[in-house]
Design a binder for this molecule. Structure first.
Ligand code: IMP
Ligand code: MG
Length: 182
């Protein structure tokens, strides 16, 4: 039951991710100088990126988590987003930074953004490690972006297929046989 053998090819290596996270964190540290950040990581996919990012940001950070889901099947989204778990603290007057694994259709982030903006934060920015512009349905401004990826379903570094492969330290494309044997 090893998981690495299910990967067809590595799209982004562990080393490349590490370097990109450091670049993003350095930019964030510079942009938010003199401020504190309220970082909201989106569960479950954003977790690996969120924890890696926060420990490279040299500023005071409060953290919280939110979970949103869309009622869709397999590898596509329906566009109807539900907030399953909300943050507990007030974000009024705070500088909110969202950490996310991937922006695909954009539905999740546009919904989360709308919900959070209604609570009057001082600012709201988005940081994602991956984005797939080919699949955009609704446009969301991304303030900090990691890697642009082609229209392929990827796993690892937080991203799952059927709730598995999130713990792979790199981002990869699964073998077709994994889908076909389902
Ligand atoms: P969006 O609402 O379509 O932008 O979807 C964002 C969510 O879909 C992400 O948080 C992921 O959980 C999931 N997702 C989108 N593309 C992929 C992928 O290639 N692999 C794994 N999960 C994905
Ligand atoms: Mg997911």
């Amino acid at each position: 039951m090893n998981i690495n053998k299910d990967v067809e090819r590595v799209l982004i290596s562990e080393e490349e991710i590490k370097q990109k996270v450091e670049e993003l964190a350095a930019q964030i540290t510079k942009d938010y100088a003199g401020k504190s950040i309220f970082m909201i990581t989106l569960l479950k996919g954003g977790v690996l990126f969120g924890v890696d990012l926060m420990r490279k940001i040299d500023l005071p950070i409060e953290i919280d988590f939110m979970s949103a889901s869309s009622y869709g099947s397999g590898t596509t989204t329906s566009g109807v987003i539900t907030i399953d778990k909300d943050i507990t603290a007030s974000i009024e007057g705070k500088h909110v930074l969202i950490a996310e694994d991937i922006i695909d259709s954009g539905y999740t982030l546009s919904k989360v953004k709308e919900v959070l903006l209604s609570r009057n934060p001082a600012s709201l920015k988005i940081c994602t490690i991956l984005y797939k512009p080919a699949r955009e349905k609704v446009h969301v401004d991304i303030d900090y972006r990691g890697f642009e990826i082609p229209d392929e379903f990827v796993v690892g570094y937080g991203l799952d297929y059927d709730q598995k492969y999130r713990n792979l330290p790199y981002i990869g494309v699964l073998k077709r046989s994994v889908y076909e044997n389902k």
